[in-house]
Design a protein around this ligand. Sequence first.
Ligand code: ZN
Length: 161
Amino acid sequence: MYLHFDVKKRIFISVIKIYSYIYAYIYTYKVDLPIIQTIMKKCLECNGEIEGRSDKIFCSPYCKSIYHHKKNRGKEKNFYLKVDKQLKLNRQLLNHYNKAGKAVIRKEELLKVGFNPKFFTHYWKNQKGDVYLFCYEYGFLEKKEGEHVKYILVQWQDYMS
Ligand SMILES: [Zn+2]
């Protein structure tokens, strides 16, 4: 009798473990696995029981809209973090290659280390019409020199405001 209870307990724990692995997988890889939810008959949002059709993955339209809202918020946040990270990397690289305050570097050399010229914070146009793009206080101007494309690196100055 005691042993029987122990076996039941073990099976129960294993089932709980399997369920938690499945949930961990879903949340870690941010994948929709409606099939698993369908088998489990649990709402993807509130984890409540789902009644009715077996292909339903939410218990209510409310849970459905909350779930999609959260998912979109997550996407927005990911985009924000991606842009933020690239801007910081760009700034760091411009700073690194512009130790002297003014420098010239081949574009491809900067691209190779992860610089992405599409991401910048603001620009400054000089009287000749050259547009310097800035990542915070470090700027770059693309110049063609023969067959090479180069960047002229500058630092933000008060008169540029
Ligand atoms: Zn629900």
